[in-house]
Design a protein around this ligand. Structure first.
Ligand SMILES: O=C(O)CCC(=O)C(=O)O
Ligand SMILES: [Fe+2]
Length: 362
């Protein structure tokens, strides 16, 4: 199975990759030197400013289990998925202590000696455990490195995890189980809003064996935040992406052509609609464009879980929706192939793969 990564699917200006690199971690560079400017290999001119909005949807997950509130909660989720492709999930039931433990263990991983981490240097997209830096090449053939160290793990249907720090395995196993359950409940809610059988999406996309990926992104302070980027604009593969972070802002989402800061209350989970949910719902849910910007003051860490369909599932628009709409607006593709395409085809003609999947009228 190929990698599902944040940076795998970018705006059309970014069209080819020599993605994997294990240089000395960016963290080491940032820790060891008193950097005044961004080293040229990271140069990416960027406008990190964004708006703040108090209309970013907030969903109270506990309302879904309250018979008096469920139908309103479902309606709110549907609205958020359609209008923003993004919402802030509160009262989600995942213990704060578990989220903190995952963050601590992940931070410990980034703090390991370089030699220890280097064994997980990525050789290719299909490595189930990988870490390092990531390079992006633009249409004008300029390659730059993201201002980020990452760790990526395939955690379901097979669970992969580095041996150190020891605690990581235990906390991550639990976090991946709980987030999977949460993702399935959200998918069920979406199924209901579309007037499909409750278990329709779950069954067609074989969520019992969903492909789930864990990614941790570590962004050291950056001396010139407008000259580098953590992760350029992209959409995620999968159904729902869950993101938590260390309280330092940096995630921005695109809405109505503008960038917005995705600020979140403590203990919440930031949820975004990903590509396969847009495709399956025949465009009703929107896979939101987002990016991670960096700042000069504080290090930032985000922890991402990409909840996908089964890698074996062929994902196209759901048959009952195609019937309702009169036609399919997207081509079907096996999820595994979609992910592989992201790393290859999507960059050759400069179009994000989601765009390539769209069937246009003409
Ligand atoms: O770090 C962030 O806020 C964004 C991460 C992200 O978009 C991803 O890993 O897909
Ligand atoms: Fe992302």
């Amino acid at each position: 199975m190929a990698s599902i990564t944040a940076a795998d699917q970018d705006l059309s200006s970014i069209n080819s990759y020599q993605p994997f690199e294990y240089d000395t971690g960016l963290k080491v560079l940032a820790d060891s030197s008193n950097l005044k400017s961004v080293p040229s290999k990271f140069n990416y001119t960027n406008q990190p400013n964004a708006l703040t909005s108090d209309s970013i949807p907030v969903i109270d997950f506990s309302a879904l289990t309250d018979p008096d509130q469920r139908s309103k909660a479902i309606h709110d989720i549907a609205k958020a998925c359609q209008e923003w492709g993004f919402f802030i999930l509160v009262n989600h039931g995942i213990p704060e202590e578990l989220m903190n433990a995952v963050s601590r263990a992940t931070k410990e991983f980034f703090n390991l000696p370089e030699g220890e981490k280097k064994q997980y240097e990525a050789k290719g997209a299909s490595d189930p455990i990988k870490c390092g830096n990531f390079n992006v090449t633009t249409t004008s053939n300029q390659t730059f490195t993201l201002w980020r160290d990452y760790l990526k793990l395939y955690v379901h249907p097979e669970f992969h995890c580095p041996l150190k720090p020891q605690i990581l395995r235990e906390v991550l196993l639990e976090y991946s189980q709980r987030t999977r359950k949460l993702a399935r409940e959200l998918v069920e809610a979406v199924s209901e809003t579309l007037e499909l059988e409750k278990q329709y999406v779950d069954q067609v996309l074989k969520l019992e064996s969903s492909f789930q990926m864990f990614a941790a992104n570590f962004y050291p302070p950056c001396p010139q935040p407008d000259q580098a980027i953590g992760i350029p604009p992209h959409t995620d593969p999968g159904l729902f992406t869950f993101l938590i972070h260390n309280g330092v802002a940096g995630l921005q989402i695109q809405h109505d052509g503008q960038w917005f800061n995705a600020e979140s209350p403590r203990n919440s989970i930031l949820v975004n609609v990903a590509d396969q949910l847009e495709i399956f719902t025949n465009g009703r849910c929107k896979s939101v464009m987002h990016r991670a910007v960096v700042n000069s003051e504080r290090e930032r860490m985000s922890i991402v879980v990409a909840n996908g369909p089964s890698s074996e599932a062929v994902v196209g628009p759901a048959a009952p929706l195609v019937k309702r709409d009169g036609r399919a607006f997207y081509r079907p593709m096996k999820y595994e192939e979609y992910v592989v395409s992201q790393l290859t085809k999507s960059r050759l003609d400069g179009k994000p793969i989601l765009e390539q999947m769209k069937i246009h009228d003409d």
